[in-house]
Write a protein that binds this ligand. Structure first.
Ligand code: SF4
Length: 394
């Protein structure tokens, strides 16, 4: 009898804890459940909890978890997801039998780890930008704008301050077993408390940890940050760039392309590794060709992934004709990314343009853009003139 194929195994709960800006502990960055919070359970205690053990057991049995809907969406749309990529990163094949995965977790000695190997920490929402596709829990400026517009989901929330429980959670997760520390903001390079904690990590321990930081590229690291970057085993900096040139000022408002170029130059001069990360949405899918050409010309490492939330900004929430324009432009981009996976993702993205979102919310998108444009005194037609006739934009 043929062995049943396990299509849902994922390594994340075996090795990782992701802590959200509100303190919620989850097994990965693609899940946002409220059940565990650093205010009553440390990230390490969460990692050892019965809930996480049950999660791991069900994945080894090949069961699909309801919590994993974002990966399911990404796999349906593009054939890959955070799950498939995480498995591949650890040389675990996808779509194998339950027995194969049992063997792999034994071989990698991850079946019952005491501490996570990977800690993914959403520090605070302190940020100097309010990207349209961001959320108020990740950008203090967007939170302030939402409050002024009367559309805040939680006007009393304070995602900016790092209280004691957050600082303790970060310190306690930096154990001797930790191999990767991934810090997400807001804009991490603006947060002094994080700099302080990382400065205090002793050299020996830091020498075993790969530090991953996400930045919007508008802040050049100061001397203390440079010392931190040198102290860790290695540092991977992702610069989030959604568009090329002046177009970035609309999507990543108020981003400054010249500052981003200055930061990149600085990284190059100081041999600081960086990669360009791009979230693909309906705001940039029609102009990504310019960004991709620039990335290829400069031979930068890059990756990109599809936006899922908020749904109004999903890449296929666009009229069919506009998606066809996006497709034609993307077809002209060479398959010459330094990161070979990006070549494959580009083909997937081109195919995606033929599949408009059945549950699209075009009216919701238009309402949102009209509200933001009128508040920010700019216009989406500055970056996508073709959109005008579909949404009565200025
Ligand atoms: S399948 Fe996706 S959502 Fe589920 S644990 Fe893995 S990475 Fe997270």
């Amino acid at each position: 009898m043929e062995k049943a194929i396990n299509k849902h195994f994922c390594i994340q709960p075996f090795i990782n804890v992701s802590t959200r800006v509100g303190g919620q502990n989850n097994v990965c960055a693609n899940i946002n459940l409220q059940d565990s919070n650093i205010r009553n359970e440390s990230p390490v205690d969460f990692f050892r909890s019965d809930n996480v053990n049950n999660f791991k057991t069900s994945l080894l049995r090949g069961e699909q978890r309801a919590e994993c809907k974002l990966c399911a969406y990404q796999e349906k749309k593009s054939g890959h997801s955070h799950r498939t990529e995480s498995n591949e990163y650890y040389n675990i094949k996808n779509n194998q039998s339950n027995e194969y995965y049992e063997k792999m977790v034994q071989r990698l000695r991850i079946s019952n780890l005491k501490n996570p190997l990977y800690f993914d920490f959403n520090v605070s929402n302190l940020c100097n930008q309010k990207c349209l596709t961001c959320t108020e829990s990740l950008s203090s400026l967007l939170h302030a704008e939402n409050k002024e517009l009367g559309v805040s989901e939680d006007k009393n929330a304070n995602y900016t301050t790092l209280d004691k429980s957050k600082l303790r959670a970060l310190e306690s997760a930096i154990t001797d077993d930790l191999l990767f520390l991934h810090l997400v903001g807001g804009e991490i390079l603006l947060v002094p408390e994080v700099k302080e904690i990382l400065t205090k990590v002793d050299r020996e321990r830091a020498g075993r940890i790969t530090l991953k930081i996400q930045t919007n590229g508008t802040i050049i690291p100061d001397r203390e940050w440079k010392n931190i970057i040198k102290k860790f085993k290695s540092t991977e900096i992702t610069i989030g760039i959604p568009a090329f040139g002046e177009d970035i000022n609309y999507i990543g408002y108020p981003a400054d392309w010249k500052k981003i170029l200055a930061t990149i130059d600085h990284f190059k001069q100081h041999n600081i590794n960086f990669v360009i990360g791009t979230v693909v949405s309906n705001l940039n899918i029609m102009i990504l060709d310019k960004l991709f050409n620039w990335i290829q010309k400069n031979r930068y490492q890059n990756y990109f992934y599809l936006l899922y939330h908020p749904p109004i900004f999903r890449p296929t929430n666009l009229p069919k004709n506009l998606l066809q324009i996006a497709k034609e432009r993307l077809q002209k981009v060479k398959m010459k990314f330094e990161n070979k996976d990006s070549n494959k993702f580009l083909s997937d993205l081109i195919r995606l343009c033929d599949n408009p979102n059945k549950n699209s919310d075009w009216k919701g998108f238009c309402r949102e853009i009209q509200m933001r444009d009128s508040y920010r005194k700019n216009s989406i037609t500055d970056i996508i003139p073709e959109i005008k006739e579909y949404m009565n934009a200025k």
